[in-house]
Design a protein around this ligand. Structure first.
Ligand code: IDP
Ligand code: MG
Length: 139
């Protein structure tokens, strides 16, 4: 059914700070079920492919360098209205502008090292989930 999955990454800053557990707890508490999950490290080339839409932005080099600087957790999450509800749970891109109680407000270090990724549309959620996971890895 359209609209019920989103894709997330727990980014290198949050992994480094031992915040995988607290972030997954917030995700579950907010009503998301984990459909697929893996702990891995992206190469700079893979990070560049994932963030291809941003390749003309001035921060693209910094972003791909950062996203390949350490391990991440990638996951597909299930919930009604998953994309919008997850964007609400994570908060604004810039943690200084994120609402109180959001994942980025609580855990992000900066606008680049902002703790988590969340898909911005149903179409991109499907593309991003397919980039990381086969059908055999979804439960
Ligand atoms: P989003 O993750 O909230 O959807 P996007 O605009 O899609 O934000 O940007 C993708 C990622 O690029 C952000 O999560 C952040 O890590 C990084 N980023 C966005 N804007 C900046 C910036 O101005 N400087 C450095 N990094 C940025
Ligand atoms: Mg985005």
């Amino acid at each position: 059914m359209a609209g019920n999955i989103t894709f997330t990454m727990i980014k290198p800053d949050a992994v480094e700070a031992n915040n995988i557990g607290p972030i997954l707890a917030m995700i579950n508490k907010a009503g998301f079920r984990i459909l697929a999950m893996k702990y891995m490290r992206l190469t700079k080339t893979q990070a560049g492919m994932f963030y291809e839409v941003h390749k003309e932005r001035p921060f693209y080099g910094e972003l791909t360098e950062y996203m390949s600087s350490g391990p991440i957790v990638a996951a597909v999450l299930v919930k009604n209205n998953a994309v919008a509800d997850y964007r609400k749970l994570i908060g604004a891109t810039d943690p200084t502008k994120a609402d109180e109680g959001t994942i980025r407000k609580l855990f992000a270090k900066s606008i680049a090292a902002n703790a988590v990724h969340g898909s911005d549309s149903d179409e991109n959620a499907a593309i991003e989930a397919n980039f990381f996971f086969s059908q055999l890895e979804r439960f």
